[in-house]
Design a protein around this ligand. Sequence first.
Ligand SMILES: Nc1ncnc2c1ncn2[C@@H]1O[C@H](COP(=O)(O)OP(=O)(O)OP(=O)(O)O)[C@@H](O)[C@H]1O
Ligand SMILES: [Mg+2]
Length: 237
Amino acid sequence: MKQNQLIRIGNVVEADQCINYLINRPQAEMVGLGLLYGRPGLGKTTYAQRTAFQRGYIYLRLEAFTTAKTFSVKLLSTLYEYFDINDVIPSGTTENVFKLCMEILEDHPQTVIIIDEIDYAFNQPKLLGAIRDIVDETLVIVILVGMQTARDRLARLNEHYFDRCNAFVEFKPATKKDVRLIVEEIMDIPVTELMVTQIYQNCRGNLRKAIKMMYSMESNQKAATQTANVIDLEEAR
Ligand SMILES: Nc1ncnc2c1ncn2[C@@H]1O[C@H](COP(=O)(O)OP(=O)(O)OP(=O)(O)O)[C@@H](O)[C@H]1O
Ligand SMILES: [Mg+2]
């Protein structure tokens, strides 16, 4: 199976449109904040990571213990690396570290930052506030990536925040067309329509499940071919 692919399924096309919309926005009127959200296994992280890699965006992933401080340090070290800045991370206050991030971002308004697992920030006003400051005070684009409930939670949590968000994309379960596209691009064995139908029906739109099925189909077929080759060899003797 081929790895590290970003197949252009429907969600990928829509998410690309969302980022392009923000890139072309009237910057004086609109901030560059977007949200990608959806149920598990629909390809949000795959889109975020592989698009960031392909287009030179910054990808950050929040973790259960991320705080405003650790976020600022991670962002600053990523920015230093990204812009080839030869400096050490200061051991000062969160405000100082964050200020340095803002200075770099002000100097690089074309930057796009994708922040995955944004749900971890929802119970941390300071962290959420820091991300909001980036979009309010710089021209940088920030794309938040979260769970299915992220849109509603953001709306309930902070109306002002929600109001800033200019582009939303809900990742939807994969269609049969999406599954066919992925199966044909990723699998190393010949694909039949029956295989596409089986994978589509069993995965119920979840690409994580679809990938597992593709892998086991491919392993089974390779094992069967090897066995057949051994039998052929024995018969030929
Ligand atoms: N566009 C794509 N092209 C190729 N493979 C994909 C694509 N989208 C998803 N996948 C495959 O599906 C798997 C699951 O997707 P991913 O982890 O991105 O889902 P997610 O929406 O981030 O899920 P969660 O909400 O659980 O974090 C990936 O590991 C990848 O193998
Ligand atoms: Mg994910």
